[in-house]
Structure formats: C-alpha cells, structure tokens
Design a protein around this ligand. Structure first.
Ligand code: UT7
Length: 312
C-alpha cells in the first residue's frame, strides 16, 4: 500500500481585491504588480472571519471528498504563521469545530513551506501505521499582518485555506519521496516585525527562492529514483511568477505543465500549494497516475519538495 491524499478542500474569503482596487490605498499600480509578480487579485477575509474560520471551511470539504466522518480523523495538523492567537492552536479550534473528537491536534510553523512540512509529517504517522487519517490544513489570514503603508509587501499577499487528508492509498499511488530543509541564518530576510507586520528583503528572498526551488525539486526527483522527464506536473509555491518559471525551466517543463493560480489569489503562504493542487485536480489538469512535484520555500528560511503520484 502507498500513503497519499484521499480528499482535498479549499476556501477563499468572499472579498476579492484586484490590483486596481489596491491602488486606492497603496502607492502602487496594476501594471507593476502584474509584470513583476503575476498577481492580478487576492482575497481578504472579513474582520469577523479569523484564520480558524477559513480552515474549518476547507477541512469540512476535505472530509466530504474523502467520504470520512470527523471521528475517523486521528490527527489535525495546521500549517500557519497567522494563527488566531498563540494558543489554543488553530488546529485545536478546528478539531473542536468539526467534531474530530478522536484526533490529536497541533499547529506547525514553517511559513510558506508549512503545507509541505505538514504533508510530510502526516505521511510519517500513516506510514508507520500509528494513524489512519491525518487532516493537514495550510491556512493564512495574511491581511492582518500586512502594512498597507509598505508597498514592498502589501501588494503580494492574500488570505485562504487548503486542506488534504493523508491516508493509505493503492500500491503505485501516493508519496514517493520528500526533501525538507531550512537555513535559519536567512531568517532576517523575511519576518514579522515588532509592529506585527511582514517585513521582507524581496531581492534576497527572490535569489534564495530561485536557487532553492530548483535544487529541492531536482533532489526529490533523484530521491524518488526518477528523471526530470518523468515529471508530469509541477506545483510550485505561488509567490512570484518569475520564481515559479525559473523552477519550471530547471525541470525543462512547458508552461502548461505548471500550476498557476497566483493571478487569482496572490501569495497565500501555507495555503498556496494546496489551493493550486485543489484547483488543478478540480479542472482535470491533474489526472490519476500523474507524477507531481510539489515545491515550496518561505520564511525561516525554509524549503520543501514532495514527489507524489496522484490518485488513491
Ligand atoms: O512566500 C515568500 C514571500 N516572498 C517572496 O516570494 C518575494 C520574493 N521577491 C519578489 O518576488 C520580488 O523581489 C518583489 C516582487 C518583492 C520585488 O520585485 P523586484 O523586481 O525585486 O523589485 P525591487 O524591489 O527591486 O523594486 C524595483 C522598483 C523600485 O523602484 P526604483 O527604486 O527602481 O525606483 C521599487 O520602489 O519597483 C518599486 N516598487 C514598486 N512599485 C510599484 C516596489 N514595490 C512596488 C509596488 N508598486 N508595489
């Protein structure tokens, strides 16, 4: 048997803010944002909608897709850097709200790489036989940590949630390999400052991202005993289309073999890879048996890649 994903969920808040609308309260312009980042719009949660609310919506849909009851979930892992509060964790809130009364629950902090760390952790519990079903959620309400006076960051980020249920799947499907890493010495390039706003050295993060995404993707392919020609589809963290294209080029893949949702949601940090996976499975771009490379990078600094054969 393999270990893979048996259900997905997604939620983006109703309020969509286009670049043009952003121009009204940030010193920026649509043309700059589109050409430098690929972003056209993002969604912002309502004032009375917190991170856990977004997560609960996505979790419920993943349960439905997997045809599981909440009682069958053994663990809830929430990857986020924008929790409702330090504790109780978002995972604790989700566990209660969905009625996962048999589940352990915890948050995981690995910034934009959080979903990768979460999936790999879930995989270990299922592979050892300790647990049957682990619910992994990547969720952010980044709008609450944005400084709208700072155009370097205010235009980049959005809110959203994605969820995946990790369980046993058929032989020949599921996780083949993973690659996780971190370099804390780069923490100073992307962090939450004393005013609780995101601060970033965009150029440094850009260079790090281009290098790491390509290297991590190639490493995970090698660990899986495959060649880059074997890869059917790339799902990169949706931070900047130029960074994503650089990773795609390293793998020698054409444009249509890379997931692109950044124009719709902006950078949703821990939610981004799951949102992309969800949309591309729903639209039929990802098919049963496809060999997927999921790859992310983020604050920490952190990075991670997974080679996954889609299907259950
Ligand atoms: O999930 C991980 C999170 N972070 C990332 O992935 C970010 C990685 N870095 C990036 O994506 C890019 O570095 C940015 C998109 C953040 C910036 O792009 P860049 O091509 O590195 O631009 P820059 O920072 O070098 O700025 C170029 C110019 C500057 O003007 P001058 O000095 O050339 O006159 C900026 O002031 O663009 C200006 N600028 C803006 N203009 C309009 C910077 N931000 C904006 C803006 N609107 N929002």
């Amino acid at each position: 048997m393999g270990v893979g994903i048996i259900g997905l969920g997604k939620y983006v808040p109703a309020k969509k803010v286009t670049n043009v609308e952003l121009e009204k309260f940030v010193d920026t312009d649509d043309e700059w944002i589109r050409t430098r980042t690929g972003i056209e719009a993002r969604h912002f949660a309502a004032d009375d909608e917190d991170t856990s609310d977004l997560a609960i919506h996505a979790a419920k849909e993943a349960l439905q897709q997997a045809a599981l009851s909440a009682e069958q979930i053994d663990m809830v892992i929430v990857a986020t850097v924008t929790p409702d509060q330090a504790f109780p964790s978002v995972a604790n809130i989700v566990q209660d709200a969905i009625g996962a009364k048999n589940a352990a629950s915890m948050d995981m902090s690995a910034a934009c790489t959080g979903f990768m760390y979460g999936l790999v952790t879930a995989q270990q519990f299922v592979q050892t036989g300790a647990y049957n079903n682990v619910l992994v959620i990547g969720v952010e309400k980044l709008s609450k940590v944005l400084d709208f006076e700072n155009r370097n960051t205010a235009v980049l980020f959005g809110d959203g949630a994605s969820a995946a249920i990790v369980s046993n799947v058929a032989e020949g499907r599921g996780f083949l390999a993973f690659d996780l890493g971190s370099d804390g010495s780069g923490g100073k390039h992307l962090f939450l400052n004393d005013q609780r706003h995101i601060e970033m050295n965009g150029r440094e993060v850009f260079k790090f991202a281009v290098r790491t995404m390509g290297e991590s993707a190639l490493r995970v392919i090698e660990k899986a005993g495959l060649q880059k020609e074997d890869v059917d589809y790339l799902i990169p963290h949706q931070a900047n289309i130029r960074i994503m294209d650089a990773a795609r080029t390293r793998l020698g893949l054409p444009e249509e073999k890379m997931s692109k949702t950044i124009h719709l949601y902006g950078n949703t940090s821990a939610a981004s890879i799951g949102l992309s996976l969800y949309d591309d499975v729903a639209s039929g771009k990802i098919k049963d048996g496809d060999k997927l490379v999921l790859v992310g990078f983020g604050g920490g600094l952190t990075w991670g890649a997974i080679l996954l054969i889609w299907g259950k």
